[in-house]
Design a protein around this ligand. Sequence first.
Ligand SMILES: [Zn+2]
Length: 293
Amino acid sequence: MWRYIAGVKRSAEKTSQEEPVDKEAKVKKHFFKEQWRKADNGEFCDWLVYDETNLIMYCSVCRQHAPEDAKTNSFIVGTKNLKLEAIKDHESSKCHIQVKKRAQGKAAPENTAAMKALTSLKTAQLDKMKILFRNSHAITKKGRPFQDYEWQCKLDEKKGISTGSRYVNRKQARVFIKHIAAAERKTLQSKIPHLDQIQSPDAEGVNAVQKSKARHYFQTCRDPAFFMFCNFMHDCLTHLSSLSLTLQTSAITVAEVHSCLTATQTVLTKYKTRPGPKLKACICRSTRMMTAS
Ligand SMILES: [Zn+2]
């Protein structure tokens, strides 16, 4: 009769359908106990997962990080052996301990022994490089020859400052100076205001005065005569700078001053008719460009 009345069910039928579910739920709760998640030392057993649908428990860490050949482990597949002893056995197992260490290493690589050793090695190497860079920087700032770099490094070693043996030659000093120059150039570029406007005189959002200055500067730089003159000046100033440094030496003799002056004079006179190295390179480059076009 109940089936002829829409929306109404027989109460006896309801209970017969619900009863087995309740029984099953009772069975689940009975077997897996939440307090098992707490280890003997009071720590929370964060790897233990209980799958209520399949009535199994498994180790989330081993499932995620265990190697392929260990994938048959009962705590990876999932075990129905819902006993505290089984959990304790897995926690103290070699496989679980190794996998846990690996997982911790992946999560925080700086804490692993290998990474600590590598970091300390890197730090030591970095300290050495800092000293070598400082030595290279010092000889450049003071306009000293590259061989000064070698004795500076030897002196550091004698003072107990380790510089190693690999990078203490004048060839390496050149490389360091090149890198320092590149870094300095970048810093300088970032400090020069309106560089973008100089690079692109048509940039938007700048006031008229700046725009006009940038345009003028840009046009001047593009002038080949100006560019060649800069190279000519570079050639001349290199010799004049060298002469100046020599004249500043405290132990210099009159004969040496005379010889240095004559040599500089000869070179500068020569530049009247023949281009110096920078100007020569500039001319060659422009000739090549003209030939190519
Ligand atoms: Zn495990």
